[in-house]
Ligand binder design. Structure first.
Ligand code: UFG
Length: 329
């Protein structure tokens, strides 16, 4: 059985769905602070906090869990700069509580949601896994810290893990059942589409003076269902004896903010109000993955790689769920 921590969140919920489709037994643990009950499409669900050892002991003694997929974390870069303590408490101290509970209950495998934010300002693109990890924000630092803990928990205690460094997670369940619903929303693609729906007045383009062809920042957008598939492949690799390691997950394709808005306009069939704004602090000009190792070693093949497909799936979700899961006031 697989335990998905943070399985009611954006990426976790897509992963639960994919695991169930593949016939795995799943138990989700989520405190619903940011997650949505309606996003958990099946399996067992327990509402609880993964930083609470008592909850974890109850969960781990009630189900025959072989692997934990850990998605639960704070992820707002801006907030991590004003309140790093909150990020250390959940992402690092919480991670320690989880690892200790896994050790006590002899759960052998963990898949961890890491981030391109662990690399910081890239020295070159595309970024491969051996690029130095020098995060420029507290969020990325907490992700790096937990990756390091995982390394030493393998050396000392034999807990094997794979850290997956996502680039820009985007898109929605191709069936239209699940999608992105953050409060507040800060990510580009949902904000562009909410603007197309009239839920926002205008999309601001943060920075038009970057050293890129059109002056706006370039990112590697990767479909959330492709991320989910990589988790399952990583788990299967651990079962076959793969060592503790980390993989980048991206398409190796960079799109600028203007290209994203233009593609969204094509998908929705109308122009989207936009305005140029200053750079957002801490944003690198260009983040593009080399995910060759994940393709080669895990056999990962993204199915929804092109930007138009990613935006079409996101549009399907937002246009049919303009208030998301509609469970927040
Ligand atoms: N952007 C805008 N206008 C907006 C929002 C975003 O122009 O209203 C731009 C950003 O400046 C950036 C690009 O769109 O250049 C993408 O921004 P996102 O906020 O969607 O995502 P980030 O690239 O900031 O993602 C980062 C890291 C991830 C990390 C994530 C956490 O790259 O690794 O923040 O939320 F996981």
């Amino acid at each position: 059985m697989i335990c998905v921590i943070g399985g009611a969140g954006y990426i976790g919920s897509h992963c639960v769905k994919r695991l169930l489709e593949r016939g795995y037994n799943v138990v989700t643990l989520d405190n619903l602070e940011a997650g949505h009950l309606a996003a958990v499409v099946g399996g067992e669900f327990i509402q609880g906090d993964y930083t609470d050892r008592w909850s974890l002991d109850g969960l781990f003694s009630s189900y025959p869990i072989e692997c934990v997929m850990h998605f639960a974390a704070y992820a707002s870069v801006a907030e991590s700069m004003t309140d790093p303590a909150r990020f250390y408490r959940l992402n690092v101290v919480g991670g320690y509580v989880l690892l200790e509970a896994m050790r006590a209950h002899r759960i052998p495998y963990l898949i961890f949601s890491s981030s391109a934010a662990t690399y910081g300002e890239p020295r070159q693109v595309p970024i491969a896994e051996d690029h130095p990890q020098e995060p420029t924000n507290a969020y990325g630092e907490t992700k790096r810290a937990f990756e390091q803990m995982l390394r030493w928990y393998d050396v000392a205690f034999g807990l094997r893990s794979i850290s997956l460094r996502y680039f820009n997670a985007a898109g929605a369940d191709p069936d239209g059942q699940l999608g992105e619903d953050h409060h507040p929303e800060t990510h580009l693609i949902p904000l562009v589409l909410l603007t197309a729906l009239g839920k926002r007045a205008v999309i601001k383009i943060f920075g038009t003076d970057y050293d890129t062809p059109d002056g706006t920042a370039i990112r590697d957008y990767i479909h959330v269902t492709d991320l989910a598939d990589a988790h399952i492949l990583a788990y299967e690799a651990l079962k076959r004896g793969a060592p503790t390691t980390a993989y980048n997950l991206g398409n190796g394709l960079g799109y600028s903010v203007r290209e994203v808005i233009r593609t969204a306009e094509q998908v929705v069939g109308r122009s989207i109000p936009q305005e140029e704004a200053p750079r957002r602090a801490g944003d690198p000009a260009r983040l593009v993955a080399s995910a060759e190792r994940a393709r080669r070693e895990l056999g990962w093949q993204p199915q929804y790689a092109d930007l138009r497909t990613i935006i079409e799936t996101a549009w399907r979700w937002h246009s049919t769920h303009p208030d998301g899961y509609a469970d927040r006031v």
